[in-house]
Design a protein around this ligand. Structure first.
Ligand SMILES: [Zn+2]
Length: 206
């Protein structure tokens, strides 16, 4: 291909440079598993600046809302993003200040579909006092104090955890539940009891 004019050449240089800048800032998603990206579900840009991080741990959460088979993953993620960036009063009476974005990096719905939440290179958020720097936060749809993790959710959680552990060299002992880090019932009984076998899986595949 030949470039006949200087402006054309300048344009090509600019496009190449901006692509290089973008790729150096973005952390790629784990390979080999289907993830509905932010662009695919129609995320809006984060509303506030965020701190960057390097993932060193994996922390599991539940949404604490009931599983819903009738709404799509896209609808759920859009609703979660809307809630996340607004100020609201929680059921505990505490006021939640607006967050920049969805607090979690990955969302696994009741059907086992995985959605990209906050981009992994940015620190997540929490309603509880612990420092989430370095934590890759995964949330599963459901209230696992009363509901059960579906088979599809369990399989996706295993795939995603394995892929993240491999990509970021995260060891089994750095996989925990929210309640191991702060005073909370999250991720609920039924999900929490899956964590020992999740750690075993990660250590067996290393
Ligand atoms: Zn949690």
């Amino acid at each position: 291909m030949r470039y006949s004019s200087l402006p054309q050449l300048m344009l090509l240089l600019l496009v190449t440079l901006s692509a290089a800048c973008r790729s150096s800032k973005e952390v790629s998603l784990p390979k080999g598993i289907p993830i509905v990206t932010r662009a695919q579900w129609g995320a809006v840009a984060p509303l506030l600046p965020m701190k960057t991080q390097v993932p060193q741990k994996i922390t599991i959460h539940h949404t604490a809302t009931n599983q819903n088979l009738n709404r799509t993953l896209e609808e759920k993620l859009k609703a979660l993003q809307k809630f996340s960036v607004e100020r609201s009063t929680l059921s505990s009476g505490r006021v939640k200040e607006p967050w920049a974005d969805i607090p979690y990096h990955f969302y696994i719905d009741v059907k086992g579909q995985i959605g990209e939440g906050r981009q992994l290179q940015f620190v997540g958020d929490s309603n509880t006092p612990y420092d989430p720097w370095g934590h890759a936060l995964i949330v599963l749809e459901g209230n696992f104090q009363t509901e059960k993790v579906t088979e599809a959710q369990r399989q996706s959680l295993e795939q995603l955890t394995l892929a993240l552990a491999k990509r970021w060299k995260i060891s089994a002992e750095n996989i925990s539940g929210h309640k191991d880090n702060a005073a909370t019932a999250c991720p609920g009984e039924d999900l929490y009891q899956l964590l020992p076998q999740l750690r075993e899986l990660v250590s067996s595949k290393r």
